[in-house]
Design a protein. Structure first.
Length: 278
């Protein structure tokens, strides 16, 4: 079943970083609730830019996310941060991103074996390696999956990330990702996949157009965990429409509900405008 991860709380965004630095938890709570209301099951918390305040911030925010019914995905380059997140989180948690580095993986293996923990396995050979093609990614994924399985990690707790690279860097990056995803789904049917789809449109105008169409293609290829800004209307429209088209929306219930909700929202907006005019 498709899992949605809202990613509006990213410290790479200057406005968000400012709110994080100020420990503005009221802002954080509103962002979390807004994403959950739009269908996000997980909330991504990327606090890398906080540096030494990363762990103190997460200690405060993870309970807020769980209190309003969400689960967390925490991305961090710091192994200690990932271990602390596992200790804090009570609901399901996803931690990452971890490349195929046996030393780093070994440090967090015991945490990954916990029942409520899933690991994002980043499929990249080296940090600066830009030579990307599906067959190479498949070889890395095979080594990674075998290593994790040999050390007791369950298949369903492994989230393979084929990595989305910007079209601005190479016009074929979207196609490469989709072909890689297809190979992963064929070779590892019980292993899940995850990707931040918004990376494809970085640096381009009208990013919402690329994000929406890319989202539809990725869903059709079988992507399991989708990381996107769920607060963008085009994202919700694309998810709802695509699931209906590929036969995963029984009796079109989700699509029809979306249409009804949209009509009602427009009616409420018109009523508010009328009241203001009076």
């Amino acid at each position: 079943m498709l899992k949605i991860i809202g990613n509006s709380l990213n410290s790479c965004n200057k406005k968000v970083l400012d709110k994080m630095n100020k420990m503005d938890f009221e802002y954080i709570r509103k962002e979390v609730i807004g994403q959950i209301d739009q269908g996000a099951e997980y909330i991504e918390l990327n606090a890398n830019s906080l540096l030494h305040n990363e762990i103190p911030f997460l200690r405060e925010v993870i309970p807020i996310v769980e209190e309003v019914g969400g689960k967390v995905l925490v991305r961090s380059r710091n192994t200690e941060t990932l271990l602390e997140v596992v200790r804090i989180a009570k609901n399901g948690v996803v931690i990452g991103d971890v490349e195929f580095n046996k030393r780093k993986i070994t440090k967090i293996l015991d945490a990954v074996k916990e029942d409520h923990v899933k690991l994002v396995a980043l499929i990249r050979d080296k940090e600066k390696d830009e030579s990307v093609y599906p067959e190479k990614s498949l070889l890395i994924a095979q080594k990674y999956v075998d290593f994790l399985l040999d050390h007791g990690v369950k298949r369903e707790d492994i989230l393979l990330d084929p990595m989305v690279r910007p079209l601005e860097d190479n016009f074929s990056n979207g196609k490469t990702f989709l072909n890689t995803l297809e190979l992963f789904k064929l070779d590892f049917p019980q292993v899940k996949t995850i990707a931040n789809l918004s990376c494809l449109s970085e640096g381009l105008p009208k990013r919402h157009l690329i994000n929406a169409y890319f989202l539809s293609l990725a869903i059709e290829k079988g992507l399991d965990y989708i990381v996107l800004n769920i607060l963008e209307k085009s994202v919700v429209e694309s998810i709802t429409s695509t699931l209906s088209i590929i036969g995963k929306d029984k009796n079109m219930q989700a699509y029809l509900k979306f249409c009804r909700d949209s009509r009602e929202a427009k009616a409420r907006e018109k009523e508010r405008e009328r009241e203001k005019a009076e």
